[in-house]
Design a binder for this molecule. Structure first.
Ligand code: ADP
Length: 155
């Protein structure tokens, strides 16, 4: 059976922090699906189609990486795509507290799933999508925070 992981998130937009976690996880899995979760209650800032195509551009060089969107429970999506692992990144203790709850609930819902965490590299600790959106909306330079392959539209 192939070792398939799902890296779920909003990726609104993908950042250098996300990219770093995904690239470092490549040797651990046969396939990683970067899965953009669609939340009916929380409409994202950037269009889902844009978020997906930016992620595809970033990983155009990696045949092991698939990019999809999903709605509903992450564990149901994992069952559907036959993934045994959920990949997440940890930046801070706040991330850990949040991820522990989600990971434990996911394990209850789908006992065969294992959540794997990679620690962020120190230089990416302060990067998150909401800061990137804030800088972007206010006309700042976001190029330091997003992968080179991502070209956000001019505002
Ligand atoms: P969510 O909406 O689930 O928080 P995100 O797109 O913000 O989705 O993040 C998806 C995953 O990427 C999470 O595991 C998050 O901890 C991780 N992540 C986000 N930013 C970074 C970063 N700078 N360094 C490492 N991991 C990160």
């Amino acid at each position: 059976m192939i070792k398939r992981a799902v890296f779920p998130g909003s990726f609104d937009p993908i950042t250098r922090g996300h990219e770093n976690i995904i690239r470092r996880a490549l040797p651990l899995f046969d396939e990683i699906i970067v899965a953009v979760g669609l939340n009916i209650e929380k409409k994202g800032y950037f269009a889902v189609e844009d978020r997906l195509s930016w992620i595809k551009n970033v990983f155009a060089d990696c045949s092991k990486i698939k990019v999809e969107s999903y709605s509903g429970l992450t564990v149901d999506y994992c069952r559907e795509v036959k993934a045994s692992f959920i990949l997440r990144g940890l930046r801070t203790s706040a991330d850990f507290e949040f991820e522990r709850t989600v990971g434990q609930v996911n394990k209850k819902l789908y006992p065969a799933i294992e959540t794997m965490f990679l620690l962020t590299m120190p230089e990416f600790t302060s990067i998150n999508s909401s800061i990137v959106r804030d800088v972007y909306k206010n006309g700042g330079d976001v190029s330091l925070f997003i992968p080179d392959a991502v070209k956000l539209p001019k505002i």
